[in-house]
Design a protein around this ligand. Structure first.
Ligand SMILES: [Zn+2]
Length: 183
């Protein structure tokens, strides 16, 4: 984890062109994931059982690993007024801010399943969740690995939210905007 922070020190100096897949880990079987990712995915699966998803029946769980070893989980929260709901990842991430405001998030796992089944389904984070993860990376100045299952049922470990958002809009954009007006 220390290495992770060192490698990410120049986070915002990197060119915004991480569409290359070379830093992604892709494995065909859950057993082939590293132990930490498997543990987090298990925690995410546990959390998914608490999802409130009466409309989609798509139960999603997320588990964020902190530098102090704590795991903070979230599950999706649907609402009769659909846009009022919230994804599992953001439930977990916002809970980290309220419970461990000074902690760095090193990794987050997201899994999904149907309410009536134990089998996991492909679930990759949506755009807004990736955007929120990107903001956390900017705040903590280090990358967050993202563990998820793609549509081919492969397990993916993405090196960062930034890697999932080429040409992203980040806090750096607003800094530049302020400079322009100040000048
Ligand atoms: Zn989402």
């Amino acid at each position: 984890m220390v290495l992770n922070r060192i490698l990410s020190r120049n986070f915002y100096n990197l060119p915004n062109s991480h569409s290359s897949m070379k830093n992604f880990i892709l494995v065909d079987h859950f057993e082939d994931l590293d132990a930490e990712s498997k543990y987090l995915a298990h925690k995410a699966k546990e959390a998914s059982t608490h999802a409130y998803a009466p409309y989609s029946k798509f139960m999603v769980g997320a588990a964020a690993l902190l530098e102090n070893g704590k795991v903070v989980t979230g599950c999706n929260q649907e609402n009769a007024a659909y846009p009022s709901g919230m994804c599992a990842e953001r439930v977990a991430l916002f809970a980290v801010t309220s419970q461990y405001p000074d902690q760095i998030i090193t990794k987050i796992a997201v899994v999904a399943k149907r309410k009536s089944s134990k089998e996991l389904l492909p679930a990759t984070s949506c755009g807004p969740c990736r955007q929120v993860m990107l903001e956390f990376e900017a705040r903590q100045q280090s990358s967050i690995q993202i563990v998820m299952q793609n549509k081919d049922h492969q397990w993916v470990v993405a090196p960062s939210a930034e890697s999932l958002l080429p040409f992203s809009f980040s806090p750096a954009n607003l800094e530049h905007h302020d400079d322009t007006h100040a000048g």
